[in-house]
Write a protein that binds this ligand. Structure first.
Ligand code: NAI
Length: 719
């Protein structure tokens, strides 16, 4: 087999280059570990070697972390624990080599890759945007298992290390240097030479490896330097984790324990705790769901959006955006970041100006966070031009419409702009509910019309739902999908139907929440029940965020389309009629201050609701089951009706579009975890209580009857 490591000797220094054969990135495979083991032996034996430099031959990665397939192949805790012990031992050998090892880092240095760098004696990173360092294990439900929980705090201090380990966040080179994660940053062109020079100096003793957090002496004692201070740091970190995760994710808590064990009982105990926790977490259900989502989003990156042979996508030369409101400006802001010239059209100059200001705000935030330079900020802002007519739209090969949610208006603007466009230009509506085929009725070329449903705020939300009608051309779908990916989104393609997929399942859930209010549930208890289930916010907080008026309109469209099953609740109807709009109007289910900061439940809203101020206590579990099963059953109906192309799309769409708890994997994964028979039983019981609302979808009944699952294995759904 072709080797992943190559070695050249230069003047007594071994320059080791990692280049995993046949893979776009370097990852830590069993084969790579074995090769490293051999290499260390060779270096130990060869007394002519005075130092080692560790580099990568891949363009964008140094070492991007573990081989996740390996985790899925592991059958139990003991396998995983052994893997961690082995990796720890290997890196301890690296650390104890008799010669200095310099990590020369260019590109992504993640997970096991960063743990390897931590075991080196000196770290140099390139000051390139592709160079990022992180321990992202918690994002997959794991913890660093190759010594990361022990080495990182010793190198950069407890508080910074906990931040990295507990969030998995990416650290860019400059920040990594400031916090002492790397010893130097250099231009990529001189990385090798500088690394060689530093190895030489480390070997002859003119340079000493740093052994404690940078700057400690200069800044005086840190809180974490004494046991009392440390216990405060650990307590605060734990509180932070609990408030972020509501206790649903075991990995950050396990990581905290491993780090703490290293401080309280010494490194040996710390390493043992790390491996044990790694072993326990690997087969955990939460970990399996997070790994599923990781594989699912990766698979979507390769999916052109249609079955069969896909035509080539068109590059987007100019993007036209109709409506410079909240969504239009958001879409423009991510397009200019990709270098696409954007024409923003609205009805008057003031609105156009507001749209451009919206674009500038998003870019300024990036500038402030140093994600772009001032020059990039200026260049990108210049790409956004405004108009109150359609000037410049003739050049656009993609137009995204984001005017008010009104069918007649959407048809009118389509009629206005279509004659100005090339025959093969694509016209996308960002409607959240209106069937695309209805909008396309106004088109002379309905085959060029589709939906591109972004989520708000556009620059933060990861999902894009592309909606194809039966008439949409394949090349238009493929182009919308490719451009969505270029904009950094995870893209699912669904077939046209009212509410598509995400809005429809969210509405089913929201309606059930509304009905619980009709029956007397209190606002705080209902929201608390669903955050306890794992949603990031409760349904009524979400409605305040989205806009109660918007929720009302969506409810109406879906009611018309699906009849009584989707009838909006009395509560929602009344709150809409009362004129409350939610956070944007500073009046909703909750109280808001002038700045829009959310406070307690607004008691006066109960005066509008059926039952008035007298509320009924309801079991949290009943509220959860009703809202969640309404959503899950609706997702299954979308599958039955062919709205969804796959359950993977359904799971990814629910998690990344509307906040279905990631640790539950998505609605279809949830059914598998509960067992279809149990879900169908629960639905039937609910359907007896509330006739017609919970009739189980065909596919659920079938899975229950045949004892089948949506996903044959608990791990990799694509295996
Ligand atoms: P918005 O009210 O902020 O913006 C709509 C803009 O369209 C306004 O600036 C308005 O002046 C402009 N407009 C009206 N008539 C026009 C015309 N003839 N030509 C050009 N511009 C015109 O609304 P928002 O929130 O940006 O929503 C836009 C669309 O995006 C709607 O279809 C909505 O359903 C959809 N959407 C909204 C989401 C949200 O959370 N706000 C999420 C996903 C989709």
């Amino acid at each position: 087999m072709k080797s992943a490591l190559s070695l050249v000797h230069e003047d007594g220094f071994a320059i080791v280059t990692v280049d995993l054969p046949g893979e776009p990135v370097n990852k830590v495979t069993a084969a790579l570990r074995a090769e490293f083991g051999e290499l260390f032996g060779q270096i130990e034996r060869d007394s002519s070697v005075r130092g080692v430099i560790l580099m990568s031959a891949k363009p964008d990665t140094w070492i991007a972390g573990a081989d996740i397939d390996e985790f899925l192949a592991m059958t139990g805790s003991s396998d995983a624990e052994a893997l961690s012990r082995g990796a720890q031992a290997l890196l301890e050998r690296l650390y104890l080599l008799r010669v200095p090892v310099v990590a020369a880092i260019h590109g992504a240095c993640l997970g096991g890759g960063l743990e390897a760098a931590l075991a080196c004696h000196y770290r140099i990173a390139t000051d390139h945007p592709k160079t990022v360092l992180a321990l992202p294990e918690v994002q997959l439900g794991l913890i660093p298992g190759a010594g990361g929980t022990q080495r990182l705090p010793r190198l950069i201090g407890l508080q910074r290390a906990l931040d990295m380990i507990l969030t998995g966040r990416n650290i860019r080179a400059k920040k990594a240097y400031q916090m002492g994660l790397v010893d130097e940053i250099v231009h990529p062109a001189i990385l090798r030479d500088v690394a060689l020079d530093r190895a030489r100096k480390l070997a002859d003793g003119s340079l000493e490896p740093r052994r404690s957090p940078k700057g400690r002496g200069a800044t005086g004692l840190l809180l974490e330097d004494n046991p009392l201070g440390r216990s405060i740091v650990f307590r605060k970190a734990r509180e932070g984790v609990m408030s972020r995760t509501h206790g649903h994710y075991p990995a950050p808590l396990a990581a905290l324990e491993a780090v703490k064990a290293g401080y309280d009982g010494g490194a040996e105990l710390g390493y043992r705790m790390e491996s044990r926790a790694f072993g326990e977490l690997a087969p955990n259900d939460v970990t399996r769901e997070l790994i599923f989502l990781f594989f699912a989003t990766n698979a979507l990156k390769k999916d052109p959006g249609i079955h069969g042979t896909a035509p080539e996508p068109q590059p987007i030369a100019t993007l036209g955006v109709l409506g410079a409101g909240f969504m239009g400006a958001g879409i423009a802001s991510i397009a200019v970041q990709q270098g696409t010239p954007v024409r923003l059209k609205d009805t008057d100059l003031a609105r156009v100006g507001k749209g451009i200001a919206g674009v500038s705000e998003v870019l300024r935030e990036r500038l402030k966070k140093k994600q772009i330079t001032r020059l990039q900020y200026e260049d990108q802002l210049l790409l956004a031009g405004g108009t109150v007519e359609y000037t410049g739209f003739g050049r656009a090969n993609l137009v995204i419409e984001a005017v008010f949610e009104d069918l007649a208006l959407k048809q009118r603007v389509l009629r206005e702009v279509e004659p100005l466009l090339h025959d093969d230009a694509i016209y996308a509506s960002n409607t959240s509910t209106i069937p695309i085929s209805q909008i396309a009725e106004a088109a002379a070329r309905p085959n060029r019309v589709l939906g591109m449903h972004f989520f708000s705020p556009v620059h933060k939300m990861p999902l894009l739902e592309v909606i194809a009608t039966g008439e949409t051309d394949d090349d238009a779908i493929v182009t919308a999908v490719a451009y969505g990916k270029q904009l950094g989104k995870t893209v699912i393609v669904v077939n046209d139907a009212p509410g598509f997929y995400t809005t429809r399942i969210l509405s089913a859930y929201m309606n059930e929440a509304g009905r619980l209010l009709d029956e007397g549930a209190s606002i705080g208890a209902l929201d608390a029940a669903l955050t306890a289930f794992g949603f990031p916010v409760g349904p009524l907080t979400l409605l305040d965020e989205v806009g109660i008026d918007v929720g009302g309109k969506v409810g109406q469209v879906l009611h018309e389309a699906f009849g009584a099953r989707m009838a909006p609740s009395d509560s929602l109807r009344r709150v809409v009629a009362s004129g409350r709009t939610g956070r944007k109007g500073r009046k909703g289910f909750y109280l808001y201050d002038e700045q829009g900061k959310k406070g307690d439940v607004d008691p006066s809203v109960y005066e509008v609701l059926p039952g008035g101020v007298q509320r009924v206590e309801m079991p949290a579990q009943d509220m959860q089951t009703r809202c969640v099963l309404a959503m899950v059953n609706e997702a299954a109906l979308c599958f039955d009706e062919g709205v969804l192309r796959s359950t993977v799309d359904g799971d990814v769409g629910a998690v990344f579009g509307i906040g279905f708890p990631p640790f539950r994997g998505g609605p279809f994964r949830y059914v598998d975890a509960q067992g279809a028979a149990r879900v169908v039983d629960d639905l039937e019981l609910l359907n007896e209580r509330f006739p017609g609302r919970f009739a189980p979808a065909e596919v659920l009944q079938r899975n229950a009857r045949r004892q089948e699952r949506f996903y044959p294995t608990r791990g990799d759904p694509f295996a």
